[in-house]
Write a protein that binds this ligand. Structure first.
Ligand code: HEC
Ligand code: HEC
Length: 200
């Protein structure tokens, strides 16, 4: 009696297993990742060649901004302009607002001549002090702006934020579409005027 029960349950388990296997759907390797190609080789996933703009500054065409107040991409050739060092910054030579209009270059905006960083220290009780006020949450601080009259040190290394744009094809298409709230906001920035937008 006991043995026949064991045999019966073994048969049921085997049946369930067989039925389960036969209805199982196969998943192709290609469908596993975003790249939709075989995952065992890199041959099919090599991106297009990097193709930065080769037109010298003054002859290139600016790119539309990726989103409102995004750092514009560099449209022109940057050969010979890098690396930026403490004693060599070719970018300011053309983009400094004093010379930019005569070079037909976009002037470096006001934000780059402003210090947005609050004076920060630590109180004796361990609390963080921002602009003289003890704060609990450092992101609650309203951004203060202090015009410097010179390029802010944090903006000196232009290529930390501004990069050339390659025109090669993408393996995974970029479907991001930016919403620009004002006409022309895809060609210029206005961050200085609304830096505290939405902050009480
Ligand atoms: C010889 C002058 C010159 C130098 C040097 C130069 N630029 Fe430019 N830049 C221009 C001009 C002119 C334009 C406008 C497009 C054009 O006419 O080629 C421009 C456009 C740009 C833009 C796009 C602005 C927009 O409104 O979309 C960025 C960003 C930029 N340059 C960054 C840089 C950076 C970063 C460097 C240093 C690595 C640099 N440039 C060096 C002259 C220069
Ligand atoms: C910390 C990041 C950062 C650095 C470093 C930086 N930029 Fe920018 N830049 C931005 C952002 C973000 C914007 C768009 C918002 C704004 O205007 O501030 C911008 C905007 C610009 C614009 C477009 C202004 C306009 O009116 O549309 C120019 C030109 C520019 N930067 C040039 C430069 C140059 C030249 C340097 C180096 C001297 C530099 N930037 C360094 C982030 C940076």
């Amino acid at each position: 009696m006991k043995i026949s029960k064991i045999i019966l349950s073994t048969v049921i388990v085997a049946l369930v297993f067989i039925v389960g296997c036969s209805t199982q759907q196969s998943v192709s390797e290609e469908s596993l990742g975003l790249r939709k190609t075989d995952i065992y080789t890199e041959n099919t996933t090599q991106g297009d060649k990097t193709m930065y703009g080769k037109s010298p500054a003054g002859t290139s065409k600016t790119f539309k901004r990726a989103f409102e107040n995004s750092p514009p991409m560099i449209p022109h050739d940057t050969d010979g302009m890098m690396p930026i060092t403490i004693s060599y910054n070719a970018c300011t030579g053309c983009h400094d607002p004093a010379v930019a209009p005569s070079m037909n270059a976009t002037p470096i905006p006001k934000t780059h001549f402003t210090n947005f960083r609050p004076t920060t220290s630590l109180a004796s009780d361990g609390r963080i002090v921002k602009n003289g006020n003890k704060v609990i949450n450092t992101s609650d601080v309203k951004i203060s702006s202090k015009a410097l009259g010179h390029l802010a040190g944090s903006r000196f290394n232009c290529t930390q934020c501004h990069a050339p744009q390659s025109t090669g094809k993408l393996i995974v298409e970029n479907e991001f579409q930016a919403d620009f709230r004002k006409k022309g906001a895809n060609k210029t920035s206005n961050l200085m005027d609304n830096i505290n937008e939405g902050v009480k």
